[in-house]
Design a protein around this ligand. Structure first.
Ligand code: ADP
Ligand code: MG
Length: 699
């Protein structure tokens, strides 16, 4: 069994499915398939009653009669609805597409097993695109656990749902007769009493029982964290071996002129402290690698800019890299604004920079006439060459991995540039140390003075008119408003519908010419998005209707009200990030969380926490508490900085320590991994971290 075999050759896959699997899940080989882990398990022996459904956080299995098929809505909004009824009540099942196929394969009036995640809508639970099984045909497997794999809308369109993925796993595992190659050295498996890889992988997909599953997870978590630690520690050791870095000797004219004549306000104590730490780093003669944590609105951009001015003062170029185009553009404009007439040249480079412009940028970078380059990850592409890059700032670190940082290092052949990474993700300090083992950590733990904490209020949909009245009053005082709609993962159509319906009703309530409304969502082209953002940023429009695309980094200080529609659908850290978009000037700002009357108990808690605290660290801790143990769902929202397959950085702290020690012992004995017993490690990290080049996936 060669695990590198192309997934196309697995029975039941074929070229078209293979393409979808590769595009959507990055599953290209057998190995990718078996490392695509379930995100949870359903206890198939447990059935919920309709009346017991009380949370939209977990998927549930129900048994009942499906009946009363009907079409509702027109055109784009048309959907198929049916009732699922058991002895305790009934709920609606909804399909936004594939109606023909459902009507053909489901008989009205018959009993089915239905599985899916309930949505709370208009005071009731419904279920969109549930999985449906005929109880007669339901397989009696040995295990009562059934693996659930997360899928995307496009996967479902291609008829690859969780159950289809189970089938593929079955097909694969039915062919496995001999053990697969071990992925950890034997001496480590033995020392830590880990389950052999074949058994662990088989049981992660088809758990024999609870205890075996738990051992399988331990093994796979260990392995995942182990290779991350080996990679970080190796990187750190190698770096220390060649720790030469540029010295920025002076704080010169550029910095001083900016500080005395351009800076529109006093720096906060925390900003000053962090700048001091950076200046000290720049003097050591070693390369600086520093993580700056600061809650939203704490003024990280300014610190970044001022550290870049120090680089410029010392004859070096600097760059700042952001995860999205909107954010890069915003940084560019902020920096241009701050610098005013100062003789510092700044350019913006993103994926959509036109060829001619790009060529000019390349040229000015290479001849040294460009001082500061702002951009997206387009910056790290190979054809972007600097004359002498001295400092690279990375904003919102969690989207970049070690490999991207390493790429930046190579941007100056003389020595690696200093690297400063900035994140608003409030992760506990100890965790940050473990994660970014090679980084020093600074914290901006103070907001600019005069900031009034954002007042957070909870309002029900039924009180919408009062909320609108309040918005009108605020707009009359010259303020601007964000109105955000959720992204509903299960159905892009649904989401789009919510947004467009919302937009239409907002325009009705705030008609032209008195009001102007912008809209931004994920389906727009970058230029359209930027244009809409622009109109809002320069005050042409007073209201911005958006999905969570505006979540990160956007800065419009005059926008003082954030209305979050269906706030119950958002995770805590997402709500916090969104709220961070307001309260950025001196004016009292508001965050209004709109919800339905009836709320699931989890949603109620989230709303309460948001109304009562504004501290990002506290919120991230509460967030962890709310997520159930072993619940891997929602890691996306928890704001941990690395996307892991199975380990949970916040919860697996204990194991992290164990793994760290294991990795340290290995490297102390054999830093360059030459010993025969460590060849497995060497091969493995080459394999894993070459893949990391594909940065959207692992980091
Ligand atoms: P973040 O840390 O979220 O990136 P920003 O750098 O975007 O925060 O800063 C938020 C807002 O606060 C910006 O409008 C910025 O100009 C302003 N700001 C930054 N530092 C100060 C300060 N020391 N005093 C007053 N306002 C500040
Ligand atoms: Mg920022």
């Amino acid at each position: 069994m060669d695990l590198n075999t192309d997934i196309t050759y697995l029975q039941g896959v074929g070229p078209s499915r293979a393409q979808t699997l590769s595009k959507e899940l990055n599953i290209k080989t057998y190995e990718d398939l078996i490392y695509y882990f379930p995100y949870k398990y359903i206890d198939k022996s447990k059935f919920y009653k309709v009346s017991e459904v009380n949370s939209d956080a977990v998927a549930v299995q129900l048994k009942g009669v499906i009946s009363k098929f009907r079409m509702e809505g027109e055109g784009r909004k048309q959907r198929l609805i049916a009732n699922l009824t058991d002895e305790t009540g009934s709920m609606e099942l909804i399909w936004f597409k594939g109606a023909q196929w459902i009507l053909k394969s489901i008989s009205s009036g018959k009993e089915y097993i239905v599985f899916g995640k309930p949505n709370y809508y208009n005071g009731r639970y419904n279920m969109a695109h549930p999985e449906i099984e005929d109880p007669q045909k339901a397989k009696k497997t040995g295990s009562k656990f059934s693996a659930q794999y997360s899928t995307s809308e496009s996967l479902k369109d291609a008829k690859i749902n969780s159950r289809a993925l189970v089938k593929l796993q079955e097909t694969f595992w039915s062919k496995v007769t001999a053990p697969l190659p071990e992925t950890l050295p034997g001496y480590i498996v033995e020392k830590y009493k880990l389950m052999p890889i074949t058994e662990a992988l088989r049981n992660i997909h088809f758990p024999k029982d609870e205890e075996t599953l738990s051992r399988a997870r331990t093994r796979l978590k260990f392995e995942e964290l182990f290779y991350i630690q080996i990679n970080i520690l190796k990187f750190k050791n190698e770096k220390n071996a060649v720790s030469r870095g540029f010295v920025f000797k002076k704080v010169g004219d550029v910095f001083n002129t900016f500080y005395s004549s351009y800076l529109p306000f006093e720096l906060t104590g925390a900003q000053k402290r962090v700048l001091k730490e950076l200046r000290a780093d720049f003097l050591t003669g070693r390369q600086c690698n520093r993580l700056i944590q600061g809650d939203v609105g704490s003024g990280k951009t300014l610190v970044a800019l001022m550290s870049m001015l120090i680089a410029v003062d010392n004859g070096f170029q600097a760059c700042i890299m952001a995860p999205t185009e909107i954010l890069a553009t915003q940084h560019y404009e902020t920096i241009k604004n701050f610098l005013g007439q100062m003789p510092v040249s700044v350019s913006l480079l993103t994926g959509s920079t036109k060829t001619k412009q790009r060529r000019q940028i390349h040229e000015s970078l290479e001849n040294g006439s460009l001082n500061i380059l702002v951009g997206t990850h387009a910056l790290i592409e190979d054809d972007v060459k600097f004359l002498n890059l001295g400092l690279a700032v990375i904003d919102e670190q969690h989207r970049f991995g070690v490999a991207q940082r390493a790429k930046l290092w190579q941007k100056n052949p003389a020595a690696p540039p200093h690297v400063v990474v900035m994140t608003a993700t409030p992760i506990p300090r100890t965790l940050a140390m473990t994660l970014y083992g090679d980084l020093d950590v600074s914290v901006i733990d103070e907001l600019p003075p005069g900031r009034k904490p954002v007042k957070t209020l909870h309002s029900y949909d039924a009180k919408r008119l009062m909320v609108f009245k309040f918005l009108r009053e605020q707009i009359a005082q010259g303020r601007q408003v964000y109105i955000v709609y959720p992204l509903i993962e299960e159905s892009k159509n649904f989401d789009y519908k919510d947004l467009t319906d919302g937009y239409e009703s907002i325009v009705r309530a705030f008609p032209p010419p008195q009001y102007a409304v912008s809209v931004v969502h994920g389906r727009m082209k970058p230029e359209e998005k930027d244009k809409a953002m622009q109109l809002f940023a320069n005050g042409t429009t007073q209201i911005m209707v958006a999905t969570t695309v505006i979540e990160v980094g956007v800065n419009v200080p005059n926008a003082t009200i954030m209305v979050i529609e269906s706030a119950e659908k958002f995770g805590l850290s997402q709500l916090h990030q969104l709220r961070g978009r307001v309260g950025r000037g001196g004016t009292q700002s508001y965050c209004i969380l709109m919800t339905d009357y009836k709320l699931s108990s989890d949603a109620k808690k989230r709303i309460e926490i948001m109304c009562n605290t504004s501290d990002g660290f506290e919120i991230s801790e509460q967030d962890l508490k709310l997520r159930g143990p072993g619940d891997m769902d929602g890691t996306q929202q928890s704001g941990t900085p690395m996307q892991l397959r199975i380990a949970d950085l916040a919860r697996d702290g204990q194991m992290m320590n164990l793994v760290r020690d294991a990795a340290r012992v290995v490297l102390e004995e054999d830093l360059s991994l030459q010993l025969p017993k460590n060849q497995i490690i060497k091969q493995r990290i080459n394999k894993i971290f070459n893949k990391e080049q594909n940065w959207s996936r692992i980091s």
